[in-house]
Design a protein around this ligand. Structure first.
Ligand code: MTE
Length: 330
């Protein structure tokens, strides 16, 4: 008999907003003319989610065999339609709905990932071979964007450490640098003004011990299906105790390095986006508080709930930061 023990990070079901409230809110927003305002990373946002094409969402029908991991559960789930139409993927533009509308321009086949740098055994491995070597499981994680909204998403994937191990990191490897594919068909690669002249490819980084932590996943799917392009197909990072921007999408290169790498957002503004980006209610973003968040579930709610330390995963990860000043190392 399996006993389900409620985890400290589980969200209580009373956060579900009745559908009538959502519809009332849409009507109200239309009346005052703000429905449809998007946002860029860094601006508090509430309304863009209302403007998503939820009703027409196309589910990627490809699926992979996987097992549900009952130790990672969160309720209520964010509806698939919202998780796949309210996205940040700046290669496709800065509005939340751009990745949904333009994601089809991403070519995901053939796909391979290079693992190189400070490793004994550099490899280039195809997605097919990754899928043959890794057994997939579903974990429902709480996802917290630095913009102070959150979702609960069932990811399908495997632990990153199992892929890294294939390359046999050398003793001097201390950090991991990730790189997203850069394709000329991506609208903001072709026309940099579409994404504030961000320099692509998008990069992110982790300390090697963070990358090897069992909570750190590479996801190939969500909600039981292969990842849709807008969510980072065919392979993306999921680090549940960090802000969403660490979760780099459509990865083609993983490089083990000695020194702390500079990620895309650090390069853009290191005073606002640090390397660690651990979810922390006590460390405000320079322009807004991180003490609470708006959960995106069914319907629409103005209700804000307290942010949890390390996004609710403190028990599992706080030892990684023992003795570290989290205000300085934000
Ligand atoms: N990865 C790439 N390559 N490009 C991006 O613009 N945006 C990041 C992250 N990964 C981004 C990216 C940000 S800011 C967030 S919040 C999450 O992806 C959003 O993931 P989601 O769209 O699946 O919710």
């Amino acid at each position: 008999m399996l006993l389900k023990i409620k985890k400290s990070y589980e969200i209580s079901e009373n956060l579900i907003t009745p559908l009538e409230v959502y519809h009332h809110r849409r009507k109200f927003l239309k009346t005052i003319g703000v429905l449809g305002i998007g946002s860029v990373l860094g601006l508090p946002l509430l309304e863009a989610v209302e403007n998503t094409p939820a009703a027409n969402v196309v589910i990627n029908q490809n699926t992979y065999p996987y097992q549900k991991n009952p130790n990672y559960s969160q309720q209520p789930l964010t509806p698939y339609a919202k998780a796949s139409s309210y996205n940040n993927f700046y290669e496709f533009g800065m509005q939340k709905e751009d990745p949904y509308h333009r994601g089809k321009l991403l070519q995901t086949s053939p796909w391979s990932v290079v693992i190189d740098g400070e490793v004994q055994h550099p490899i280039k491995i195809s997605l097919e071979d990754i899928l043959k070597k890794m057994s997939l499981q579903e974990r429902i994680y709480h996802f917290r964007c630095v913009e102070a909204w959150s979702m609960n998403i069932p990811w399908l994937g495997f632990e990153l450490k199992d892929l890294i191990a294939l390359s046999k990191p050398k003793g001097n490897a201390k950090f991991v640098l990730f790189e997203t594919i850069k394709q000329d068909t991506m609208p903001a690669v072709k026309n940099p003004s579409l994404a504030g002249y961000i320099r692509f490819p998008y990069h992110e980084g982790l300390r090697l011990d963070e990358a090897n932590h069992p909570l750190t996943m590479l996801a190939v799917g969500m909600y039981g299906k292969a990842l849709p392009n807008q969510n980072g197909a065919p392979l993306r990072l999921v680090v549940p105790w960090k802000y969403g921007f660490k979760n780099i999408k459509s990865i083609v290169r993983i490089t083990l390095v000695e020194k702390m790498p500079v990620s895309t957002w650090m390069g853009l503004d290191s005073s606002e986006y640090g390397f660690y980006a651990n979810v922390n209610p006590n460390v405000a973003h320079p322009r807004w508080s991180q003490a609470n968040e708006r959960f995106i579930g069914e319907g629409f709610s103005f209700e804000r709930v307290p942010t949890k330390m390390f996004n609710g995963y403190a028990e599992a990860v706080s030892a990684l930061y023992a003795g570290m000043d989290l205000k300085t190392n934000y």
